[in-house]
Every structure is written in C-alpha cells, then in structure tokens.
Design a protein around this ligand. Structure first.
Ligand code: MN
Length: 291
C-alpha cells in the first residue's frame, strides 16, 4: 500500500463568526478527484442569538455540496431557491457560469456540516446554474457502523445526485469500536477525514480533522474506528486539468477568475441577486496577482 499522507486541516474563520477546519485545499494537497474544497464546520453549540451567517457571495466553475450532520441551514440563491437542509440531507448547487447564495444556520442551535466543492470539468464549467436538494440518501448498518452514501456508487448502491466527473463520497459513523474494510476503485484516488473521534488506517492513527490522503491503485482499505467516530470518505478519478481557485471562484485561467471578480464587483447580471440580501453582499478580497 502507498504511504498514507497526514495532512493537518487549517482552522479558518467563516462568514461572520464561526471557525471551520479546512482539509482541502492545503499546501500538501489541492484536490481528491474533482473534490477541491472541504470545510468541516463544527460541531459547535451556538449561544443564544449566534449562528453561522454567510452573506451573499458568488460562485463559478464548481458545484457546492453540503452534507448536514447536526442543526439546520437555510440556503437561498439567485435562482429563487429557498431550501432548509436538515441532518442526513445533501444540497447540491451547480454554479456553472455564475450564481449567488446565502447560508444561515438556526440561531442558538448546535451545528455540524461538511461543505465541499466539486470542480466542474471544462466541458461543463460554463453550464447554466442550478440547485438540487436530496433528502433521501442510501443508508445501511454494517460492521457496527451506520453508513450513508452521499455521492456516487458503492457496491450495489447509488446516491441520487449526478456529477460531471466520476467520484464517491461516504459518511461512516461507528456505534462501537470496530474494524471495517472499504472496497475501493483502483482508478480513483481517496482521502479520509475523521470528523469525530479517531480512525486507524494500518499502523497510522488519524485524529479528528486530520486528513488522510490514501492515493490511487487501491482495491480496499481496512480501518479501525474508535466507538462514536465519524469519517468522511472522498474519492474520484484524478482531475487532470489544472484549475485556478480564488475566493469563491473556480476557473481554468487567471483571466477567467479576474473577469468573474470584476463582474461581481460591478454587480453585472451574470450573478443575479438573492432576494432581500443586497445589504449582505460580501466583498471579494483583492486578487493575489496583478492584472
Ligand atoms: Mn458558497
């Protein structure tokens, strides 16, 4: 088996006052398959009146993928969608050419979620924006764990969301200390993030929010999970085309990103607006290169 990389996630401020652990991208690893961003939000117990509040911000060239573990988040976007996401559900927003959204959790409530981005291949990067909500995912009990298939296929099960690149995502929660073997596709690369508790992979131990990059050419991996642990498995075909990521934009050139930023700053019709959220429009940071 390949040596497993230990990648520490970075604690980062999100929106108006919440710390998240960012496992992708990091200096060591930019992507796992088409998965190009992974924030583990919480678990956090918000005080009375406090919440995760992310104001109106644009996206391009990606799909946002939200997996809700605890609490509730209200998604609103420039297509007019308003959707509350609850535990066990997935939201998939395809930004394509451009979209804007806000995300707000319920004040005073506990929250835990994984917020992921999936890079769109060049053939789909400029597609029209869309939004889908998936309340029913394949779940099952096996080897003293509760399994939820979030994306792609595993064994005879297939999650409902459609993607533009071959990928998989799975949440596994142990009910007691247990050993499990995951069946993997040799053509995929894989990463595992323990979101609660800890996970042993071979001789290696990974603690909460420490990302394990497994690499490619694996047909299985055996894990030992401590009681009450939760892991997120991500996998996909290595994404061949180099992407540029800046702020909330994904594209295939700096020029593309600079144009998207200009369109956002000039409030052009490209992105539209979230109803009643103009006062909560986020300002893009200055581009890190000169144009
Ligand atoms: Mn967003």
């Amino acid at each position: 088996m390949n040596p497993i990389e230990h990648i520490a996630s970075r604690a980062t401020q999100l929106g108006e006052g919440m710390i998240v652990h960012r496992a992708l991208p990091t200096r060591q690893r930019r992507m796992v398959g088409a998965w190009c961003f992974l924030d583990h939000a919480g678990p956090v117990n918000f005080a009375e009146g406090d919440a995760m509040r992310v104001g109106a911000h644009p996206h391009t060239g990606l799909q946002t993928f939200t997996w809700l573990i605890e609490g509730e988040i209200l998604h609103r976007d420039s297509l007019g969608n308003e959707q509350i996401i609850r535990p066990g559900e997935v939201n998939l927003m395809t930004a394509g050419h451009g979209i804007v959204h806000t995300e707000d959790s319920v004040p005073g409530k506990r929250l835990q979620a994984a917020q992921l981005w999936i890079a769109l291949p060049s053939t789909a990067a400029e597609c029209p924006p869309s939004f889908e909500h998936f309340p029913d995912l394949p779940t099952w009990e096996q080897d003293a764990c509760h399994w939820t298939l979030l994306a792609g296929s595993y064994g005879d099960k297939t999650a409902p969301a459609a993607f533009h690149s071959p990928l998989v995502g799975m949440d596994i929660r142990s009910l007691q200390k247990t050993m499990i073997t995951l069946r993997l596709s040799p053509g995929f690369e894989y990463g595992i993030l323990p979101m609660e508790g800890e996970c042993h992979i071979g001789q290696e131990k990974f603690i909460t929010d420490e990302f394990a990059y497994l690499g490619t050419n694996l047909s299985q991996v055996t894990l030992v999970l401590e009681s009450g642990s939760r892991i997120l498995l991500l996998g996909g075909e290595p994404f061949e085309q180099p992407i540029t990521m800046w702020w909330n934009f994904v594209g295939f050139s700096k020029e593309y990103i600079a144009q998207a930023q200009k369109d956002w700053e000039n409030n052009t019709p490209r992105f539209g607006a979230v109803k009643d959220a103009e006062s909560r429009r986020l300002t893009a940071p200055k581009l890190p290169w000169t144009t």
